[in-house]
Design a protein around this ligand. Structure first.
Ligand code: 5AD
Ligand code: SF4
Length: 474
């Protein structure tokens, strides 16, 4: 249900009234699960509730507005939501005025189940509908029955004028597209986030300029498939053109982006990455499988050979580029030999890092209907085998960089050792080295001393430098 007023109507911002303690400060707490999209969405939600007068708190038990921003991409995170909701029952009993909201992809795809299993939830709102949050809160405060306010309309066009309370001091996430048109056979995302909506380039440039004006040095552009950016815009701006525009933003040091899709990644984009000095030499390109028949049944729209050629083309243009991927084992019908092709692909390509998953049935997707499901035990064995293979390769790649000078954008103090700072290379490797918080936001040349799977321990080699841009450096 869309709350009264419906789609496209003006959002009226009413001051939030705390019925029990009308003059006290109200607090909000947002628990974000899942991907960077969700992290960015939580900033929007934080921005909205801050406009209503709520302040952030780290103490969930003290919050007057608690939101769980959920992930539905695999069954496990979806189950996590229900155990977290169980904990919130106690809070609602002790502090009945607390508003509990479930946001994100599970809210979209399992709204009725949430309402039935956790009737104390006040608001259930899908990832395209946060412009309705203010009215949903007002409606929830007034509700006298057990029915939550549910807003789950994936056809909604996300408006530009939503606020955001930014968390990270150095780097900002900036959406370039919402939703996805691909419908890979295993994936719930198109059902949860709707069809692709590209933002106008001027809006993206303006958000990036604003990020720089408020002290950010780096942006990460987000889209389910950034390579199809612009296909739904009236005229003439593809993702490479957008990068060219953003490279001109004064004061911005680094541009990252995720996620690319092998069927749509163009040589024009690889050329742009190589030529534009602010664009980081890191390509996250999900492979999903190294077997052509499995790729076909997944509906991915490319072969392993096509994927391999793209990596070659990227490495020809950017010899230092780092390549990361997502992959899945145990897709329905995957044979031992087909899994062997994925292992072989990993050995051939040598990813810097990979996010490796066991296939998980998502109700409503094509793969969920497929026969020959791979037993859990086999999936687990294949996953362990692939992780062992990748760990060896990833560690070896990092070891080969020991002794090299890395350009590290410092993000802040290292949480575990406060006399050290932590940052990332253009190739997205984590580097930790001795230094003070005065280095935050600076690009520092750091010698890699010791290599780990996660990155490096290092030592600064010279003065922090702020002027030039880390073009073809690591
Ligand atoms: N099961 C397991 N992994 C999945 N992913 C997406 N859907 C599923 C699923 N049903 C993985 C893909 C994707 C990443 C974000 O999550 O590898 O690239
Ligand atoms: Fe899911 Fe495929 Fe879209 Fe990625 S491209 S979000 S895997 S449907």
């Amino acid at each position: 249900m869309v709350p009264e007023g419906g789609r496209g109507s003006k959002v009226v911002e009413l001051p939030v009234q705390c019925y029990t303690h009308p003059r006290m400060t109200r607090y909000y707490f947002i628990d974000t699960m899942g991907c960077q999209m969700n992290e960015r969405d939580s900033e929007t939600v934080a921005g909205i509730v801050e406009q209503l007068g709520y302040r952030p708190t780290d103490d969930r038990d003290q919050a007057d507005f608690i939101a769980l921003n959920t992930c539905a991409v695999r069954a496990k995170p979806q189950h996590k939501l229900f155990s977290k909701l169980g904990e919130l029952r106690r809070i609602k009993e002790q502090r009945p005025h607390t508003i509990i909201a479930v946001l994100g992809c599970v809210a979209q795809v399992a709204a009725q189940e949430i309402a039935q299993r956790a009737p104390y939830v006040d608001i259930i709102i899908g990832p395209r509908n946060y412009s309705h949050l203010t009215r949903a809160i007002t409606a929830a405060q007034a509700r006298a029955d057990n029915n939550p306010v549910i807003v789950t309309d994936t056809a909604e066009v996300i408006p530009e004028e939503l606020p955001a309370a930014r968390i990270a001091p150095i780097s900002s996430y900036v959406n370039v597209t919402y939703g996805c048109n691909n419908f890979c056979a295993y994936c719930i995302v198109p059902y949860a986030r709707g069809r692709q909506q590209s933002r106008a380039p001027e809006q993206i440039v303006s958000e990036v300029e604003q990020a720089v004006a408020t002290g950010r040095q780096e942006v990460t552009l987000l889209g389910q498939n950034v390579n199809s950016y612009g296909e739904d815009l009236p005229a003439g701006c593809d993702f490479a053109d957008l990068l060219t525009e953003l490279n001109r933003v004064a004061g911005l040091k680094r541009i990252r982006f995720t996620t690319s899709h092998p069927k749509d990644l163009s040589l024009k984009l690889l050329d742009a990455m190589a030529e534009l000095p602010k664009v980081c030499e890191h390509l996250h390109l999900p492979i999903q499988s190294g077997d052509d028949q499995v790729l076909e049944r997944m509906g991915r729209g490319y072969t392993y050979e096509h994927y391999r050629r793209l990596i070659e083309a990227a490495r020809e243009r950017m010899p230092q580029v780092s390549i990361t991927a997502d992959v899945m084992v145990g897709f329905p019908g995957e044979t031992e030999a087909q899994f062997g092709n994925t292992l072989r692909a990993f050995r051939e390509i040598r990813f810097d890092q990979a996010f490796m998953f066991k296939y998980s049935d998502r109700p409503g997707t094509r793969a969920a209907q497929m026969e020959s499901k791979v037993p859990e035990k086999v999936k687990q064995q294949r996953l362990e085998q692939l992780i062992a293979c990748q760990n060896e390769i990833g560690h070896q790649i990092n070891k080969e960089l020991v002794g090299a000078t890395l350009e590290v954008l410092v993000e802040g103090r290292d949480a575990k050792s406060p006399e050290k700072v932590r940052g990332r290379t253009g190739t997205n490797k984590i580097v930790i080295f001795p230094g003070g918080s005065d280095l935050q936001g600076q690009i520092v040349e750091v010698k890699a001393k010791q290599a780990f799977l996660w990155g490096f321990l290092g030592e600064a080699v010279g003065e922090a430098w702020d002027q030039s841009i880390g073009s073809n450096a690591y």
